[in-house]
Design a protein around this ligand. Structure first.
Ligand SMILES: Nc1nc2c(ncn2[C@@H]2O[C@H](COP(=O)(O)OP(=O)(O)OP(=O)(O)O)[C@@H](O)[C@H]2O)c(=O)[nH]1
Ligand SMILES: [Mg+2]
Length: 271
């Protein structure tokens, strides 16, 4: 099955914190990242986890300990027991250690995020493009400079940059992934099948001439449907457009005035 991932690379710097609440809405699964060499980034994940639970409910979350390569020289800076405790405390799906620098567990991380999203797939959290193609949103959150952008970059372009280029607000990327059929739970398959059937019915009128179902409506019709209801517009429809109204008044006056003049001439001279 093909999955088109909408990857949301969020900014970790606190000055962008006001955006957090909007980021978490409609997300199918989240990776919460901390830096294995900086305990302060681990302590900050509570705030992220609380926000995610508040704004996205019980969606799957994977805890990500990044910069695993630094363990060689620094050892275990954050005790493993402490990390496992956090996983249990917040009922997180699992814990993965990654290294964007050494490309360790990069595909594994995104593959697991997709699988967790599929295990818990909810209709409102994605788009069924067709019975074999889904699209949904995956997000990485975490403190500044923990490596969120580097992980996404390593996944999409297989590159790594040593320079820190902070994310301003949010970066959006997309990537297609193929998920093997055996990894998709049976219930999810059934749900996708049902959703596809109902979408097919709903969009039947957008059927193309060649009999291929088009799930995305014709843009013109779509715009006409999705036009916001505007009070002034409604009034315009009821009362008529102001230009038309003025034209109507002018025609009425130009007809009425000669009639009145003729009537007065008749009264004055012919009676
Ligand atoms: N050693 C090592 N350094 C890394 C790794 N991943 C990222 N870095 C470095 O950490 C710094 C920050 O990485 P970013 O990916 O920009 O961090 P971010 O989480 O996106 O930061 P914000 O956009 O500010 O939230 C950069 O200098 C990266 O080169 C890693 O796996 N190992
Ligand atoms: Mg970034």
């Amino acid at each position: 099955m093909k999955i088109t991932l909408s990857l949301w690379d969020t900014a970790g710097q606190e000055r962008f914190g006001f955006l957090k609440t909007d980021f978490f809405k409609g997300v199918a699964a989240v990776g919460v990242v901390f830096d294995l060499s900086r305990p302060d980034t681990f302590d900050k994940i509570d705030a992220f986890l609380k926000d995610i639970r508040e704004y996205s409910g019980n969606i799957p979350i994977i805890l990500v300990g990044n910069k695993n390569d630094l363990k060689k020289e620094l050892g275990e800076v954050i005790p493993r027991e402490k990390i496992i405790k956090k996983v249990n405390q917040y009922n997180l799906f699992e814990y993965i250690e990654t290294s964007a620098l050494e490309k360790r567990n990069i595909n594994q991380l995104f593959y697991r995020l997709v699988i967790t999203a599929l295990l818990d797939f909810r209709a409102r959290l994605g788009e069924v493009v067709d019975s074999n193609h889904l699209r949904f949103k995956i997000l990485l959150a975490g403190d500044a400079a923990v490596g969120k952008s580097s992980l996404i970059k390593a996944f999409i372009t297989k590159e790594f940059e040593e320079d820190y280029k902070l994310t301003v607000g949010l970066d959006l990327l997309t990537q297609d992934v193929e998920i093997s059929e055996e990894d998709i739970p049976k219930e999810t398959h059934e749900l996708i099948g049902k959703l596809y059937k109902s979408y097919k019915k709903k969009f039947k009128r957008y059927q193309r001439k060649d009999d291929v179902i088009q799930l995305i409506p014709n843009p013109d019709e779509f715009n006409a449907q999705s036009k916001p209801i505007d009070d002034n517009n409604q009034n315009d429809q009821k009362l008529g457009n102001p230009h038309k109204k003025r034209k109507f008044l002018l025609i009425t006056i130009s007809i009425l005035i000669p009639i009145i003049v003729l009537f007065m001439v008749y009264l004055l001279f012919f009676r």
